[in-house]
Design a protein around this ligand. Sequence first.
Ligand SMILES: [Zn+2]
Length: 307
Amino acid sequence: MIENINIGIDLGGSHVAVGAVDKNGKILEQFEKDFTVAEKRNLLNVSIKYIVETIEHLKKKYSFHKIGLGVAGTISNGIIVRSVNLGIENFDIKTELETKTDLEVMVKNDAKCEAIAEYLFGNFDRFRDREKKYQNVLFLTLGTGIGGSYIYQGKLMEGTIFEGFEFGHMMIKENGLPCKCGKKGCFEKYGSILAFKTKVIEKLNLSHDIPGQELRKKIDDSREEIKDIVEEYINDLAIGISNLVNILEPDCIIIGGGFARYDYLLLDGLKEKMVHSNLLFNLRKEILMKTASLGNDAGIIGASNLE
Ligand SMILES: [Zn+2]
């Protein structure tokens, strides 16, 4: 029996992953499942069955007393209040899993789990002027939407009833594009990687089903043609992130999600825009901003460290 193990689960709209993680944030073993189109219609039951079976299997090999679960949605006291990606409203997943596994279950928003993982185990040494661990770190996950969280004085900042830090749903354009949250002009309608990809797909007349790798090649081959789109995207992103910097003044900013795949195209321009466009209240010569270092593993690792 292997001792001192934490279990982390990452539940998203297309995928569930369960991992056994050691105290150093290393995944020892991982099981994952991609949902079929039919399974997505019954996502909750399919995921719970898969999670419970996987936990039973892991119990034979590892010794653990609790499970951490990261979910793409708004969480309150173990209840999935709303998850647009999973199509779930007001479901008490904590009680459901605790009953079925006989273990304590901690639940948190997936972007917050990723932030915890990056903060605890990410490669902060990539910041060249780092002497001690940063205490105040802003995390943004730019993917289908925008997730976020803030580590303040080394701890995840949280609301009391709701989790808060819904950076993706701060309004950056009055009467802007309608958002799935019901509001208009939300930051994620302009700053998510989906927003960027959608603009490119429309400009280049591509299919919305184009595989990611193919799209990246098209983007590389059409740099000149999509120059305006890149500039517009960076502008919108710079406005949103600058607003957050003006409020929080983090020591550094970490960006995760699909953005990492396009950082060579976007990151330098974004920093440049933020520093030189009269967007920041406190002027500075440079901004410490990097892409996340743990990639897809961050969700499981962060969930395994929930307290
Ligand atoms: Zn919104």
